[in-house]
Design a protein around this ligand. Structure first.
Ligand SMILES: [Zn+2]
Length: 189
């Protein structure tokens, strides 16, 4: 097949050369509220074009490559004194399917166990294109099911204002300890 970036022949839809030149992750860090540290690997503008591929056939394969370059490597170097749960945020702000679950899957490792469908939004409000005021006035009403006294890593695809993450953090912190959140890209830079 052809690499979707350079159009040279490649075994993967993004060739190894383009992966190392264009998709080298950096670790960005932000504290969006007290106790909630957020790490991300790209500025949103760096991967915006690739993520828009969600509208075509390649969407999930692009995302898997990005997840392998970032979350998977992160998980390999991560260690902790007990098993930590990675919880994808069930949120489809820009996306047709659960991007956060595809990303979180790559965190599954020696110290991290990814669990799905435990953090659910009770409302199906769409945030895409809405301002912060709208987001604050229309909370997702998250619910965390059957998890207590655990260490948690929250996983989302994009962070902008952090409204969604703050809400998820609040709910998950009630009976657990949220260590940090990891997003693929930060749109605030
Ligand atoms: Zn290429």
């Amino acid at each position: 097949m052809k690499c979707i970036i350079c159009e040279n022949w490649s075994f993967s839809i993004i060739c190894k050369t383009c992966q190392s030149i264009h998709l080298k992750p950096t670790i960005y860090h932000r504290q969006i509220k007290k106790g909630l540290e957020v790490y991300s690997f790209y500025k949103y503008e760096e991967i915006e074009n690739l993520l828009s591929a969600k509208y075509n056939f390649f969407g999930d394969r692009v995302l898997k490559i990005l997840a392998e370059l970032t979350y998977k490597k992160f998980a390999r170097e991560f260690s902790f004194t007990e098993e930590v749960l990675a919880i994808p945020i069930d949120d489809h702000t820009r996306l047709e399917y659960a991007y956060s679950a595809i990303l979180a899957k790559e965190l599954n490792s020696k110290y991290i166990k990814t669990i799905y469908n435990h953090l659910r939004a009770n409302t199906i409000v769409k945030y895409s294109g809405k301002n912060n005021k709208f987001r604050e006035n229309n909370p997702k009403d998250f619910e965390l099911k059957n998890i207590k006294n655990r260490k948690i890593i929250l996983v989302d695809d994009l962070i902008n204002s952090g409204t969604t993450l703050k809400e998820a953090f609040k709910v998950c912190s009630k009976n657990n300890e949220v260590l940090f959140a990891i997003c693929l890209a930060d749109a605030s830079f």
